[in-house]
Design a protein around this ligand. Structure first.
Ligand SMILES: [Zn+2]
Length: 289
C-alpha cells in the first residue's frame, strides 16, 4: 500500500489554501454545540464553550481545511491538542492559552498527519506528548518532521490528569490515520475526537474505512458527552458520530461504484456540494489504493 503523500499535495488538501467561502457555509449542516461563543481572531475563528468543570476553546484555522487546535482550560491549567498545519496558527493558540493565566500542562498530538503537527515549532518548550506508536509514525512516516520533534515524549497512559481535569485517552489504529488518540474529559462532558470526525467538511479517505466506521460505532455506544470537538470544522455534539458513520457508509458506496477519482469527486460534489476542505477532493486517489 502506497502511503506516500507529498507535502505540497497534503498542504494543498488540508492546509493553507484559500479561506474559500467557509464563512458562508457555516451552519448549513453544522450541529451546534451548546452555548458556544464564536469570535474572529487573526488566523482563526475561536469557539469557546463553558462548562461548570472547565472551558474548551477551539481554534478553527482560516485555511481551506479548517484544521483545529483544541484547548481545554481546567481549574489549574490548560491542555492543548494538535498544532495546526503551520506555526502561525499554533503561535496564536499558544498566546491565547498563556493569556488565560494558567500553565499549559500538556500538548497532546492526536495523530501523525502534517496538518496537525506542522505548527509544532511554536510549542517549543512546552511538555508535548503522544503515544509511542504515533511518535514512531511521525519519526518514521512519509510526512515532513517538525524541527522540534525531539521534544515530543511518549505517553501511553489511558488515564491522566492535567490542569485539574481527569482525562481518558483512547487509542485507535488503522482508521483515518495509522494510529490516533481521542481525549475524553468526562467532568466536562466533552470529547476531543480530532480526525475521526470531520464536521461539514470532506473527509480524508483514510487507511481503513470499514474499521473507521467500527471505531465510530464503538465510540457512539461508549461515549456519553454533550460536546464533541473535531479535527476539521466547528465543535458539535454526539450526534456528529452518526453523521460521520452515514457519510463514510455512503462514501464507500460511491467509491465502489466509481471507476476512479474523477468520477468519485463528481459524485461527491453532487451529493455534498457545500462542504469545507475542498482540497481534500484532490486526495481522492487514496480511496483507490
Ligand atoms: Zn486532519
Amino acid at each position: 500500500m502506497n502511503t506516500q503523500i507529498s507535502r505540497r499535495r497534503f498542504i494543498a488538501a488540508t492546509g493553507t489554501g484559500s479561506v474559500t467561502a467557509a464563512a458562508a457555509m457555516l451552519g448549513a449542516t453544522t450541529t451546534q454545540a451548546n452555548a458556544a461563543s464564536h469570535q474572529s481572531v487573526k488566523n482563526a475563528t475561536l469557539v469557546s464553550i463553558e462548562k461548570p468543570a472547565g472551558k474548551s476553546h477551539t481554534f478553527v484555522t482560516n485555511n481551506d481545511g479548517r484544521v483545529t487546535i483544541q484547548i481545554l482550560e481546567g481549574p489549574t491549567g490548560s491542555i492543548l491538542m494538535d498544532s495546526g498545519d503551520a506555526p502561525e496558527y499554533s503561535a496564536e493558540a499558544r498566546a491565547f492559552a498563556e493569556s488565560l493565566g494558567k500553565p499549559i500542562e500538556a500538548v497532546l498530538l492526536s495523530h501523525d498527519h502534517p496538518d496537525h503537527t506542522g505548527g509544532l515549532p511554536s510549542f517549543t518548550g512546552l511538555p508535548i506528548f503522544t503515544t509511542s506508536g504515533i511518535l514512531s509514525n511521525i519519526q518514521n512516516g512519509p510526512f515532513p518532521k517538525p524541527d522540534n520533534l525531539a521534544e515530543v515524549k511518549a505517553l501511553d497512559d489511558t488515564e491522566v490528569s492535567f490542569g485539574g481535569l481527569n482525562l481518558r485517552i483512547h487509542t485507535y489504529k488503522d482508521a483515518e490515520a495509522a494510529e490516533q488518540i481521542i481525549v475524553e474529559a468526562p467532568e466536562m462532558g466533552t470529547a476531543i475526537l480530532q480526525d475521526l470526525v470531520y464536521n461539514n467538511a470532506y473527509f480524508f479517505p483514510g487507511m481503513n474505512r470499514v474499521n473507521w466506521i467500527d471505531v465510530l460505532s464503538d465510540l457512539r455506544s461508549k461515549l456519553d458527552v454533550e460536546t464533541l470537538l473535531v479535527g476539521h470544522g466547528y465543535p458539535s455534539s454526539q450526534g456528529e458520530l452518526t453523521a460521520a458513520i452515514d457519510y463514510l457508509s455512503e462514501y464507500n458506496d460511491m467509491v465502489a461504484s466509481s471507476s476512479g477519482p474523477d468520477e468519485l469527486v463528481t459524485k461527491m460534489k453532487e451529493r455534498w456540494p457545500n462542504r469545507m476542505a475542498q482540497g481534500i477532493l484532490d486526495l481522492q486517489g487514496f480511496a483507490f489504493r
